[in-house]
Write a protein that binds this ligand. Sequence first.
Ligand code: CUA
Length: 270
Amino acid sequence: MNIHTYEKAWLAAAMVLIVGFIATITYGAVGPGIAMIDDEAGSIDPDNINDHERFGDPGVEHVGGNEYEVNVVAQAWLYTPDQIEVPENSEVTFYVTSRDVTHSFSVVGTNVNTMVIPGQVSEMTVQFDEPGEYGILCNEYCGEGHHTMEGLLTVVPEEEFDLTELSVDAPREVEAGNETTINATVSNGMQEDLETTVALDIGGQQYEEDVTVTGDGSETVEFPVDTTELGTGDHDWTVTADGYEDSGSLSVVEPTDDSDGGSDGGEGDA
Ligand code: CUA
């Protein structure tokens, strides 16, 4: 059979185009790392997110080394948390789910851009080498507040990053002469131990204690406060640990004397 030269040329060109199309589509599907949401990261009951081990208390978790996990809950029209901080030179895996309708979670300037579907968990991993700020946006129309649905991811220098939390449990009022304590709890979200000094300053009295908080643990320091020495009145206190600070005020009041019933008003001359 004799095929005309032009016809051969057109056949060859068509073959090249077909192979080219297939190669382009294959690269587009595999090369840039774009993936559909699958059930690899698991599914979830959107009505019971608050009890979920990952999403009950969303936020940044240290996995070990330079690896972090960030758990985010999307709902109309906010992300929890909406301010995320991770250190530079970190490998961050985001797990995102939705409480209500379909949203998206897009970290502008990175390849993180995923749909967030109720009942599904979206998972993406990104490497952050340099400090910087990235906006977080919802790209999926989700109702009248859609355009306000945003957050901020901050990549901070390594030396500025920790997962320390300080919480203080202090009475507001105590009778003079009674013993009281101010309790400071330092929790450490990193996997490595944290060595720090917990300090209390109240009305000029200073207390200090060195603590080692184990990785993923917490430590409570009880500071006994001498109310006699403080005297009656309001006393401001400040607790510091690992660069964090909490403060409040303690009122030391006159003891109410109810030891003899006070029926004769013998001491009621005030
Ligand atoms: Cu959520 Cu748009």
